[in-house]
Design a protein around this ligand. Structure first.
Ligand code: C2E
Ligand code: MG
Ligand code: MG
Ligand code: MG
Length: 273
């Protein structure tokens, strides 16, 4: 570093930092165009009832295919969208696309609940509740078919504001799920502080460890004691599903059942099922 080289407090600019920043600028620029050229698409991952193996809903996951950059994962572009202020436009696009799809499945006679991920910025967007309400209304979607996923850290940036927004959203009739539970800086107290219907258990809990079974059992029982349902994320192995069965977890998502698919693939598959 600059200091180690004895040049006092000169600001040192790492080449890797420059590269990282250049990449972010490029991503932000391409992302701005993607909304226009139709490069963004929602895919849907089934949420499966542990007991009956029936698909009870899907989670909408954003996919971006860019002619210059190729496929870019949400893990890369969501943070860029948040930093560049594009997340609100992107979030509105996602809400609209999800509600349109709910209506389409409804009309096709294969209704499905769709869960949409919200970002921290959207929770602080002043008109979010109005946005959700008008989206439901415009597509004539009964609110119970829309679920909104938030993480603890997002909801608790400003706890009172976060709780109020979620309560206003819940009052519309949509359900709220707490995403990635137990994987961030979380406090168990939030489980009773926020107006939730479902808790999504982070996939880290299902990774092999000597105490895995007891830990998962304890958490699922605790969540049940609060009258909330559990959705386990990232289920890849049959023994993980067996554990979920043993502890009465309601629902799971994961590659063991299926990856996220296009709306058409989901539709074809629902009709065949
Ligand atoms: P998330 O909401 O926790 O979504 C679950 C992630 O786990 C998805 O990654 C999904 O493809 C992946 N996954 C599902 N099953 C398995 C499995 O069995 N094993 C493993 N290893 N992974 C599995 P994805 O699609 O790359 O999304 C990553 C994150 O990006 C999401 O985490 C969510 O936080 C964010 N994201 C995705 N779409 C949106 C969106 O429309 N809006 C916002 N604000 N964030 C989004
Ligand atoms: Mg999610
Ligand atoms: Mg998650
Ligand atoms: Mg997440």
């Amino acid at each position: 570093s600059a200091k180690a080289q004895g040049r006092g407090n000169a600001v040192f600019f790492e080449p890797s930092m420059g590269q990282e920043m250049a990449e972010r600028v490029l991503l932000a620029e391409r992302l701005r165009m993607a909304l226009g050229y139709g490069g963004l698409q929602l895919h849907y991952q089934p949420q499966v009832d542990v007991k009956t193996a029936r698909v009870v809903g899907v989670e909408a996951l954003l996919r971006w295919s860019d002619p210059v950059l190729g496929n870019v994962s949400p893990g890369r572009f969501i943070p860029v969208a948040e930093a560049s202020g594009q997340i609100v436009a992107l979030g509105n696009y996602v809400l609209d696309a999800a509600c349109r799809q709910i209506a389409a499945w409804f009309q096709a006679g294969t209704p499905l609940r769709v869960a949409v991920n919200l970002s921290a910025h959207q929770l602080r967007q002043v008109n979010l509740v109005e946005q959700v309400r008008s989206c439901l209304q415009q597509h004539e979607v009964p609110p119970q078919w829309l679920e909104l996923e938030v993480t603890e850290s997002q909801a608790m940036i400003d706890p009172d504001q976060g709780r109020q927004v979620l309560a206003d959203l819940a009052a519309l009739g949509v359900t709220i799920a707490l995403d990635d539970f137990g994987t961030g800086h979380s406090s168990l107290a939030y489980l009773q502080y926020l107006p939730l219907q479902r808790v999504k258990l982070g996939r880290e809990f299902l990774l092999p460890s000597p105490s895995r079974d007891r830990l998962v059992e304890g958490i699922v029982h605790m969540v049940h004691a609060l009258d909330l349902d559990v959705v386990a994320e990232g289920v890849e192995q049959p023994d993980q599903l067996q554990l979920l069965r043993d502890v009465d977890c309601e629902c799971f998502q994961g590659w063991l059942h299926s990856r996220a698919m296009s709306a058409d693939q989901i539709q074809a598959w629902l009709v065949a099922a």
